[in-house]
Write a protein that binds this ligand. Structure first.
Ligand code: E4P
Length: 220
């Protein structure tokens, strides 16, 4: 099970690489805006952190682009910047052909903003390297998410697609564990989600309790 950090903050990514050995990074226009840096500058900085590893950085094509040829041209430009880049394309009609053409040129694509199993299936048929079901957004819309991830994984397995299922917009540790149980390949979440998920109040409670006993005992 791979853990990706959903962020474009270089200091957060450095921390997550060092502390948790994360397997990759996903960025999106919101993360880039939050970083306060120009798009090309920040994605190149993130790419440089991954160089020489097999970790990937998902870099999103300008969301205004709604034409296959323009998607392909922009994806080729971005992919040439760093071998670790996987190009994020929104799950829209022109992207399916773009993903296919890019796969033929060995450029890996992450089909993003996926909200139905059928969208995921078409992305896989097109040759997507990653497919990103957005569970947090669906949950906020009162939609069921567990069966959604289960369906995407089952479809991938039924037909032996090479696509990795990247569960995105993950909001808590329970969702990370559920994604792992359901056989997803990757989760991507923000720094705070991981920090909270890796801790538990009973762990802290236990530490306080044991410190108390320790202090009432002698070491030798
Ligand atoms: C994934 O690739 C996306 O960047 C991300 O998970 C979007 O979700 P958000 O709502 O947490 O920004």
């Amino acid at each position: 099970m791979k853990f990706f950090l959903d962020s474009a903050m270089v200091d957060e990514i450095e921390y997550a690489l060092d502390a948790w050995d994360i397997d990759g990074v996903t960025t999106n226009p919101r993360h880039v805006q939050v970083s306060g840096k120009p798009f090309l500058q920040v994605v190149k900085e993130i790419g440089a952190l991954m160089e020489g590893t097999d970790k990937t950085v998902s870099v999103e094509v300008n969301p205004h682009i709604m034409d296959t040829d323009a998607m392909v041209a922009e994806a080729e430009k971005l992919a040439a910047l760093c071998t670790n880049f996987v190009i994020k394309l929104q799950c829209v009609e022109p992207a399916f052909k773009a993903v296919r053409l890019l796969a033929e040129r060995d450029i890996r694509c992450n089909v993003t903003l996926v909200f139905s199993a059928t969208q995921a299936l078409q992305a896989m048929r097109s040759g997507a390297y990653y497919v990103s079901p957005f569970i947090g957004w669906k949950e906020s819309n009162s939609e069921e998410i567990q069966g959604f991830v289960e369906d995407v994984v089952a479809i991938r397995d039924n037909y032996g697609f090479d696509t990795e299922v990247l569960v995105a917009a993950v909001r808590n540790g329970r969702q990370i564990a559920d994604a792992a149980v359901l056989g997803a390949d990757i989760v991507t979440a923000g720094m705070i989600v991981y920090k909270d998920a890796f801790a538990h109040p009973y762990t802290n409670f236990g530490i306080d309790k044991f410190i108390n006993f320790w202090d009432q005992t002698h070491y030798e």
